[in-house]
Ligand binder design. Structure first.
Ligand code: 2M8
Length: 425
């Protein structure tokens, strides 16, 4: 490794060491002072090179907060952090009313299921330590319960695909892809945002978005987090969520085989999910996947980068079309080396506002991983180089302008550092 790369590695390690809270890692000290679900999965991918034990703990602590119904909550609140440090905090979600005593305070939403993939990669980094600690035997049944919650309770459309019931569940909170279904929600009032204490308003969702986020979350809470389609104003079949579930099923097959269980049910599930994804959400004319609004039946035909993430699915039959779209004018991946989160040619593209245009490092990692999986090594190399240089120049920011590469959002962001550590290996 060159001295410059060694310096980058040391700085990335420092971010993860500073953001470690004893059992898990916060995404960033000020803006996100608790544990987030899909952040922990990406963080484990990086931590495994720094401390395999911590990487294992990261996932174990998240699954320690798994609900009895199998859902893995999107936030696990750190009891040592003041309740009002983040909004909506533990009092808002009132999770104990459903989980009962003995569970950590959590939110009641979910996030994209990339955990089994992260668990398998974490195991592979230090198999001996993992075996000694019983990492996979403890995690495997929990991962299976998580996947079965998703396929059993969240298939609102009856098409074999998982629905997300809140933009926060998609991980791509204010993506223009959600504007239409979210626009039908009457915004809540009388709440105090905390995010604007730590980030510029022009780089975050609007107050109107927040009003709608709060309304949806309150309604779910007041229904006791019941997964009845009629109770959810917002319900979409999201390609990113379903693709990560499929990729994670493939990882579960590996984990099952490692543990001496039959991998066949997981491979069957992978095949079923892949077919449903392609049949229902792939748009041949457009060369990418689109989410579908379950209530209106409408396809949300917008250029979100989430529509390219299915490249992470092993054996995806439409991988070539996705690569072509990545290279085209809407994403210009070969030229930029970074994936814009939204179509560059669409008037709604905003280069510095959160999930409406900036490039994110976790998405870059997923595309890099998918490109390698489908033999696109040259483009994968371009993405790797783009992510490393952008993180180096901007300094581990939450997201960057894909055109100018200026950094935005939180500083010292954990998954940015974790992705860098993994790409440097
Ligand atoms: C962002 O979302 C949270 C709500 O979950 C927020 O804005 O407060 C998203 O970028 C999400 O994908 C991410 O997991 C979370 C923590 O990094 O922040």
């Amino acid at each position: 490794m060159t001295p410059a790369r060694l310096g980058l590695r040391a700085r990335a390690s420092r971010v993860l060491l500073d953001n470690w809270h004893g059992q898990s890692t916060v995404p960033s000290g000020g803006l996100y002072p608790h544990q987030w679900s899909w952040d922990s999965a990406f963080i484990a991918l990086g931590l495994r090179h720094l401390s395999p034990r911590r990487a294992q703990r990261e996932l174990e602590s998240l699954f320690g907060a798994q609900w009895p119904d199998g859902r893995v909550p999107h936030i696990v609140f750190d009891a040592a952090t003041p309740a009002d440090a983040y909004f909506p905090g533990p009092g808002f979600w009132a999770s104990a009313a459903v989980t009962g005593p003995g569970f950590p305070a959590t939110s009641g939403l979910i996030q994209p299921p990339v955990h089994a993939l992260a668990a398998w990669e974490t195991f592979r980094a230090a198999p001996e330590l993992a075996r000694e600690r019983g990492f996979l035997p403890r995690l495997y049944p929990r991962l299976v319960a998580w996947h079965r919650y998703l396929t059993g309770r969240r298939d609102f459309g009856g098409r074999g695909l998982v629905c997300v019931v809140h933009p926060w569940e998609s991980g791509m909170d204010n993506s223009p892809a959600w504007d239409e279904p979210l626009g039908r929600v009457r915004p809540a009032t009388a709440f105090t945002r905390r995010d604007l204490d730590h980030a510029a308003a022009g780089e975050r969702p609007t107050d109107l978005d927040y009003g709608r986020y709060v309304r949806l979350a309150r309604t779910y809470r007041d229904l006791g987090y019941a997964d009845d389609p009629a109770g959810h104003e917002f319900a979409v079949e999201d390609p990113l969520t379903n693709a990560l579930l499929a990729a994670s099923e493939a990882a579960l097959a590996e984990i099952a085989a490692e543990l001496g269980h039959d991998p066949a049910p997981h491979l069957a599930e992978l095949a079923r999910l892949t077919a449903a994804l392609v049949d229902v959400l792939f748009d041949e004319g457009d060369g990418c996947f689109h989410a579908r609004d379950v209530h209106s039946g409408q396809v949300l035909r917008l250029g979100s980068v989430g529509g390219l993430v299915p490249l992470v699915v092993p054996g995806l039959p439409v991988a070539d079309a996705l690569v072509k779209t990545m290279l085209g004018p809407r994403f210009r991946l070969g030229e930029l080396g970074l994936p814009p989160s939204f179509d560059l040619t669409d008037g709604r593209f905003e280069p510095a506002r959160y999930w409406r245009g900036p490039a994110w490092f976790n998405i870059g990692w997923l595309l890099w991983h998918g490109l390698r999986l489908h033999g696109e090594d040259e483009l994968a190399g371009t993405v790797r180089a783009g992510l490393l240089s952008a993180a180096d120049d901007a300094g581990f920011r939450e997201y960057v302008d894909p055109l100018t590469r200026s950094g935005h959002g939180a500083h010292d962001f954990s998954w940015t550092a974790a992705v860098v550590l993994d790409l440097l290996e």
